[in-house]
Design a protein around this ligand. Sequence first.
Ligand code: HEC
Length: 168
Amino acid sequence: MNNLKRPRALRAGAVRKMGVLLAAAACIGGATLAWSHGDVTPQAVDTSALGSLGKDWKPENPYRGNASAIKIGTSAYNQNCARCHGIEAISGGIAPDLRKIDNDCAALKDAAKKTACVKEMDDYFLTTVRHGRTRNGAVYMPPFEGTMSQEAIWSIKAYLETRRDKPM
Ligand code: HEC
């Protein structure tokens, strides 16, 4: 069970929610098929070039705008996320479009609120990737904790920030 709550400002309207549910339903079939072919095993990511962030999970992305993290994150995304979330993060509808996850923050005018919003989204992102998404016993998204270090996960977020739908 994973009843992860979307940050309040970011909860989608009925239409979007429907889209995600349909997309998720479509994904179960895809994921089952993919599992049976053995090609959705999370891939380890070499982050040695970045050094270590320590063993405690950082509360927000320490790699924003970090060129070498973005490079590592691009390849880590392609190997682990693109099959569901789309090449270059352009979703084909199987899973949510990750270029849009920070859109509600981009819309905020107040700088302090914007910063807080981005931090909240980082937390939402990290929690989702660590634990994956399972509902009623069906795996919508596999957990990556144990395979991917926080260096790898934050690198992927840094890459996704270069793909944002709306500028911050
Ligand atoms: C097997 C397919 C699959 C893979 C692989 C996968 N995801 Fe997902 N992901 C999904 C689905 C489906 C959802 C929507 C789940 C739901 O409705 O609860 C999702 C949701 C998310 C969300 C929440 C999006 C939102 O708008 O609320 C994030 C963030 C995310 N995934 C990031 C990633 C990252 C990063 C990777 C790679 C490390 C990844 N996912 C790999 C299928 C996948």
